[in-house]
Design a protein around this ligand. Sequence first.
Ligand SMILES: NC(=O)C1=CN([C@@H]2O[C@H](COP(=O)(O)OP(=O)(O)OC[C@H]3O[C@@H](n4cnc5c(N)ncnc54)[C@H](OP(=O)(O)O)[C@@H]3O)[C@@H](O)[C@H]2O)C=CC1
Ligand SMILES: CC(=O)[C@@H](O)[C@H](O)COP(=O)(O)O
Ligand SMILES: [Mn+2]
Length: 381
Amino acid sequence: MKKINLLGATGSIGTQTLDIIGANPELFTLVSMSAGKNMDKVREIIAQFKPKLVSVLEQTDAERLQAEFPDVKIVFGEDGLIEAAVGFEADVLLNSVIGSVGLKPTLAAIEAGMTIAIANKETLVAAGDLVVQAAKRHNVPLVPVDSEHSALFQALNGENPKRITKLILTASGGSFRDSTRDQLQNVTVEQALAHPNWSMGNKLTIDSATMMNKGLEVIEAHHLFAMPYDQIECLLHKESIIHSMVEFEDTSVMAQLGSPDMRVPIQYALTYPDRIPMANAKRLRLDEIGKLHFEKMDYERFKALAFAYDAGREGGTMPTAMNAANEVAVQLFMEGHISFMQIEDIIEQMMEQHETIKEPNLEEILETDRITRKKVYGIVK
Ligand SMILES: NC(=O)C1=CN([C@@H]2O[C@H](COP(=O)(O)OP(=O)(O)OC[C@H]3O[C@@H](n4cnc5c(N)ncnc54)[C@H](OP(=O)(O)O)[C@@H]3O)[C@@H](O)[C@H]2O)C=CC1
Ligand SMILES: CC(=O)[C@@H](O)[C@H](O)COP(=O)(O)O
Ligand SMILES: [Mn+2]
């Protein structure tokens, strides 16, 4: 029986993780969880999964929940999130919170010696070196949940990493993949939220539309697989059937395929190195799909992806600043304060202004994140 602590339990990855836990009660149990503000969902989860501890964002919500569920320990805020990550000697932290707020709980869980199943890519972008170094120091596995990285992880199973020539991340192109840059001037939030293949949380769906998601994933891959940026390539693949590929010295290419269903990589992260059957999943029928399409990535069209390569190559606190600028800009776009194209402008401006700290410590990373967010709010005001 694997004891799981789940951050972001009310979100897209969180609820799909709960589906897997619920479908396999003899294998997995939910010990501790966190949520943000969705209290209706929290009540449902407590009733079904009976976790020992629940962390929420706001103190007032925590007090109300505590009165309703006296047998559950209810905590809140940043400290609560850390407690939810490390509590009760659980075996695995599945981190599916959104944003760099996931960094401190991840480091705490690594220090507690837990296996980390990581969906929360912003943490790896903001502080990949720190997280990977800590995981090595504590001999803790970092198991990817993100579909592309799970694909790479699977394609690399049993391979000699020295023989890799490149990692190929596939990209759907997002909601505006068939639009020119001119056509993006007045697009709406609703249009940006219409992803062609995946049903995901709002922030990630917008990231996919700007192609910043692929940029975050390039940096994520750099850290998870210790691969130089020159050996990480992105390829447009509209169907999201090939989830990513690895090319080796002998020219062989290993790909992982499947219908777009995040429960597959989530479950694999929980059962690795084993596999178990997947309830109600659609089997891949290539004879029905017929054709798969591939296009060269256009870095002029998808500027945010080019920014991410720049930030990754610069290293230090530059990816931290880029990520923080993106998180705030996406929020401001969703709230109607800026246009879609201004997301890129803000990221570019913040990266130009940022003075990189090489080999930053945790405080320097947190300070970069805080200052960048403040600057973005400042310019938009
Ligand atoms: N969705 C997907 O298919 C995939 C997601 N990922 C990554 O997984 C992570 C989660 O994505 P996704 O599930 O889509 O996101 P969602 O927006 O659906 O869920 C985010 C979760 O985090 C909680 N949350 C939001 N803000 C805070 C905060 N400040 N403090 C504590 N908790 C907070 C939310 O709580 P509440 O809703 O209660 O407010 C919710 O539980 C992201 O890093 C994303 O990039 C990676 C690959 C695929
Ligand atoms: C499901 C998943 O892993 C997302 O991160 C996905 O990658 C989004 O797809 P695109 O960014 O390729 O549109
Ligand atoms: Mn992905």
